[in-house]
Design a protein around this ligand. Sequence first.
Ligand SMILES: [Zn+2]
Length: 405
Amino acid sequence: MDSKQNISLWLKQKKDAMVEQLLTWCKINSGTFNQAGLNRMTDVIQEDFTVLGAKTERIKLSNYVQIDNNGNPAATELGALLSFVKRPEAPIQILLCGHMDTVYPADSSFQNVKFLDVNKINGPGVADMKGGLLVMLYALQAIEQFADVKNIGWRVMINPDEEIGSPASAEYIKKWAPNYHYGLAFEPSLTPDGVFAGQRKGSGNFTLVVHGKAAHVGRAFTNGKNALVGLAHLIEAINALNNQREGVTINIGYCHGGGALNMVPDLAIGKLNIRTQQLEDETWFNHTIEKILKNFRDQYDMQVEWHGSYSRSPKILDAKQLTLYHLLQKTAENMGIKATWQATGGCSDGNNLAAAGLPNVDTLGVRGGAIHSQEEFMLVDSLTERAELTAQLILNCKDISHANC
Ligand SMILES: [Zn+2]
């Protein structure tokens, strides 16, 4: 038997072990802001990844800073980032990315993992992306055991902050990416039948802090400047930018302000998310916002602060990206699977890998669906299927020149 057959056979035998590990991992709540849960998850992953014999690092990340309801920056602690490095001197280098955090907080009512049928598991993170982390782990174990990997080196990066846009781990992707030839990330497929994500939109989160002037509504109403009304004008102006530029959407997702009804409110906070299609959309939005804020200050005589940044730039399918996608397609075909891809408005660390110049496939994780909801599910047969696909893709990348990867 050749190495590819050995890999296939070995992975098929590991199905039950993978399912058991998935159940254990998903019972640990690792919501992005659940420090204790993330620490436990980090311990478990670190322990389970020791089979790979890689150099392991546990890196403390900087705090996540958001604007609070008083309009001030507030820092929140994040979990640790795990890095596993193997053969850093080998001529072909791969950066594999995954995240251990989920969108379900410690007090979420969604904590249980259960079989919906023999091939379908429902639970927090089963698809997004603890299943994907297992795909990665077993693909690497398979190639390390059965293939000639002396020319292939890799780094696994598992971050705890992906679900909030990788605010602290992004700098590591940026720092490490130039040392690698291509990237693999293990988000779940876009559809239960396994469609991959192709082009991805970019994303940015921004906060408006409007400062008005407080006044007693009965005694001195006209002395006040209503920050809530100011924010409403800004929201209207910004919301009107939707449909002005193809592929760009702006969602005003949060507002806070006011309190006592007999007082003109002097503070209002608004938060929004923008999705971009092209890198140039960022410049367009920055300029447009500048104009809107200037007009607002001139017209309403109120101060407004603008905070935030783009956490992800759009992932464009350029020639380098497409070469890797076509190789994925060929690899899948050899396994009797059809690999197709679709553009999506969702973002992932695949955006960050692409922004750093790394061609990458970022939905190599399990087939599943309904992610970010209590109906989140994964399909059991995809665990071994995707692990095999990943292992074969890595070996096929070895067979062609770096330039093509
Ligand atoms: Zn994810």
